[in-house]
Design a binder for this molecule. Structure first.
Ligand code: ATP
Ligand code: MG
Length: 264
């Protein structure tokens, strides 16, 4: 049995390969003992490779030995594997990992490098949503945001150029939260605007990072996209609006763990 683990700031993701079949499992990093107990109960004999910011801590708690690999190497390898049936994916391309924070990587024929990132990511969705609405569960935030309307919160280019022809697409946001006129806002609308801001920020940063390398494909991964059609739509629309091609990977949140598994 082989196990790849990606222990991130928010979630611990595990991919297990046993008798030719693959299973995945995730845990909250704030309850690391749950992950440790589960792994010890079911896979104490597994060969383990871990990655992510909390890999060291997790391996120590497990006490089963195991190796560690660099997170970015694992992520890129995992994406390549998970995309191997995507005929559209040719090097060079960008990988944008929207985890707790956001990291942007360039993948070229002979290697990869980190281009940068932003602290605006999935953790921002969680933190600002909690502050504004008191809601802490990711699933609830995403569910409510589906009924949200951003028009009383976000200022678009079309709003600014009211009655005139704007020099850039009117759908672009001119100012996130820039249209707020009242402190009374529906929670649904606030949540949609927070997710919108995060999506627009990560896609804008990705397209700008890609531009000097003449790369037009951006692969988005990370648990922030799980069951989150709102974020996917904002990111897809914004990436296209800014002239690049967005790609979402099925099970992309397991890229790091899969890359770790593949290095065993
Ligand atoms: P990093 O790589 O930045 O250290 P991470 O690997 O833990 O962090 P991900 O697991 O990719 O990050 O994504 C975490 C984000 O996914 C959260 O900030 C939240 O927006 C979202 N998310 C999805 N499902 C959950 C969940 N069950 N609990 C908490 N957050 C979730
Ligand atoms: Mg991560």
């Amino acid at each position: 049995v082989k196990m790849g683990i990606d222990a991130g700031g928010t979630l611990i993701k595990a991919v297990i390969s046993e008798n030719g079949s693959i299973r995945v499992k995730s845990f909250s990093t704030s309850r690391m003992t749950d992950a440790v107990d589960w792994i010890k109960a079911h896979y104490d004999h597994a060969e383990i490779c871990a990655t992510g910011g909390k890999a060291n801590q997790l391996l120590q708690c497990l006490g089963l030995g195991g190796k560690q690999i660099v997170e970015f190497d694992a992520t890129c390898r995992g994406v390549e594997y998970l995309c191997n049936e995507k005929p559209l994916l040719h090097v060079p391309y960008i990988i944008t990992n929207v985890g707790t924070g956001t990291s942007i990587h360039l993948i070229e024929e002979h290697g990869h490098r980190r281009l940068g990132g932003t602290g605006v990511g999935g953790g921002t969705i969680m933190g600002l949503s909690f502050l504004m609405t008191g809601i802490q569960e990711f699933e609830k935030i995403v569910q409510l945001a589906k009924d949200g309307n951003r028009s009383s919160i976000d200022l678009t280019v079309a709003h600014v150029y009211e009655g005139a022809v704007p020099p850039i697409p009117g759908d672009l946001t001119a100012s996130n939260f820039g249209r707020v006129q009242s402190s009374e806002q529906r929670p649904e609308d606030l949540l949609a605007s927070v997710i919108g801001m995060v999506g627009e920020t990560v896609s804008t940063a990705s397209v700008l990072a890609a531009d000097p390398y003449h790369v037009s494909t951006i692969v988005y991964i990370g648990s922030s996209f799980i069951q989150n059609p709102i974020l996917r739509k904002v990111v897809a629309d914004y990436t296209k609006l800014r002239g690049a091609e967005p790609l979402f990977v099925e099970n992309g949140e397991y890229s790091g763990a899969m890359g770790a598994l593949l290095s065993l």
